[in-house]
Design a protein around this ligand. Structure first.
Ligand code: CAA
Length: 379
């Protein structure tokens, strides 16, 4: 297998790194502690082309591709994991329009999303339908030229700030994954309101809310793809989303490792710096090895996407391994900080909390294993 990062991809990584270190890193702790959604920084990310990286230039995107996207997202996550999940979900929200949108829908919404003028969200999960979205209860009933939507979506990343939302709802009588359809919901549509804002353990500078639909009237022309294709729309979007979360996890893990290296070369106990003890060295060696493996798994999935190959299994493997790695790296980094790591004064405390979500959202580690097992066992 020949795989090399091109000079263009490296330039994009460096651009994202420069932006992240200057504009995100200095503020990340304060935003996170105070629960501030950094709208201005997100707008700048849009201007830099970071919110439409897999959309071709003729549709307003940077056309940089999934490998460049992963490299850039890793850099954003290294500085601010909350901004990274915003970037990941914004890019995810371009996928349904890119793959299923009509030319008019692309012109109306995709260009704005890709250019960063609009912020997009993705609404699949419900209070009673998390790992099993086929059990969703939200309905969309066609009346003349409008769908009437009723139901509640939960855990919607930046739902409060999104201009448009990719919504999956039940349009047919069929049960399970059949009979679901995808829609574009626009901010301010009558009958659509923002519900509870989640008070989360980590990623507190990312906004997570409930969306409530009460007889919300949506024009029939906002249907994405064909009626009944909603589950496929969601799964294809999540395949890409999982590359994003894997990249976020690699960035968090790298930040944790960097904190561990810096602290252990300064901290002295028993008359020497603690990085001279083999116990500490082995922890750092294990984390560095796992991060390298996670990074390559993620880039391999992204490379398959760029080459137009199926990447469902590879994205799930990357998401599973990178998210577990981020948690292990953050645990290790906090452990080597001792009591200081348990205080809010040190970055590792935030990384530990931020890492935790990565094994849960966009499919738990257990869901990733279902996807991988199905793909591996059938071949
Ligand atoms: N691409 C295209 N089609 C796919 C697909 C994919 N990756 N995965 C499944 N499908 C198709 C199947 O081929 C099948 O098609 P047919 O009916 O034509 O045969 C259909 O979809 C149903 O598939 P399954 O039988 O595999 O469905 P399932 O009910 O067994 O579910 C699952 C499989 C993998 C568990 C899936 O439900 C899943 O991924 N669950 C987790 C959902 C998830 O990640 N939620 C997170 C939401 S977003 C979020 O976290 C918030 C945020 O904003 C960050």
């Amino acid at each position: 297998m020949a795989f090399e990062i091109t000079s263009e991809q490296e330039m994009i990584r460096l651009m994202a790194r420069d932006f992240a270190r200057k504009e995100l890193e200095p503020m990340a702790a304060a935003w996170e502690h105070q629960g501030i959604f950094p709208m201005d920084a997100i707008k700048k990310m849009g201007e830099l082309g970071l919110l439409g990286m897999m959309v071709p230039p003729e549709l307003g995107g940077s056309g940089a591709g999934a490998v460049a996207y992963s490299l850039a997202l890793q850099e954003i996550a290294y500085a601010c994991a909350s901004s990274a999940v915003t970037m990941s979900v914004a890019n995810l929200s371009t996928e349904p329009l890119l793959k299923f949108g009509s030319p008019e829908q692309k012109e109306k919404w995709l260009v704005g999303l890709a250019e960063g003028a609009l912020l997009g969200a993705f609404a699949l999960t419900e209070p009673g339908a998390g790992s099993d979205p086929g059990s969703m209860a939200t309905t969309a009933v066609l009346r003349k030229d409008k769908y009437i939507i009723n139901g509640t979506k939960v855990f919607i990343t930046h739902g409060q700030y999104a201009d448009i939302i990719n919504l999956i709802a039940r349009t047919g009588q069929e049960r399970g994954t059949k009979g679901l359809s995808a829609f574009i919901i626009e901010k301010g549509m009558p009958g659509f309101t923002i519900g509870t804002k989640e008070d989360k353990m980590g990623l507190r500078a990312s906004n997570t809310v409930e969306l409530v639909f009460e007889d919300c009237e949506v024009p029939a022309k906002n249907l994405l793809g064909n009626p009944g294709e909603g589950f496929k729309v969601a799964m294809l979007a999540l395949d890409s989303g999982r590359i994003g979360i894997a990249s976020q996890a690699v960035g968090i893990a790298r930040a944790a490792l960097a904190e561990a290296i810096t602290y252990t070369e300064q901290r002295r106990q028993f008359g020497k710096t603690i990085n001279s003890f083999q116990a500490i060295q082995f922890m750092i060696a294990d984390a560095a090895t796992q991060i390298e493996a996670a990074s390559w798994l993620t880039l391999a999935a992204a490379d398959r996407k760029d080459r137009g190959l199926k990447f469902t299994k590879e994205a799930s493997m990357a998401k599973l391994y990178a998210s577990e790695t981020a948690n292990k790296a953050a645990y290790m980094a906090l452990q080597v900080h001792g009591g200081y790591g348990y205080t809010k004064e040190y970055k590792v405390e935030r990384l530990y909390r931020d890492a935790r979500a990565t094994t849960i959202y966009e499919g738990t580690s257990e869901v990733q294993r279902i996807v991988i097992a199905r793909e591996v066992i059938k071949t």
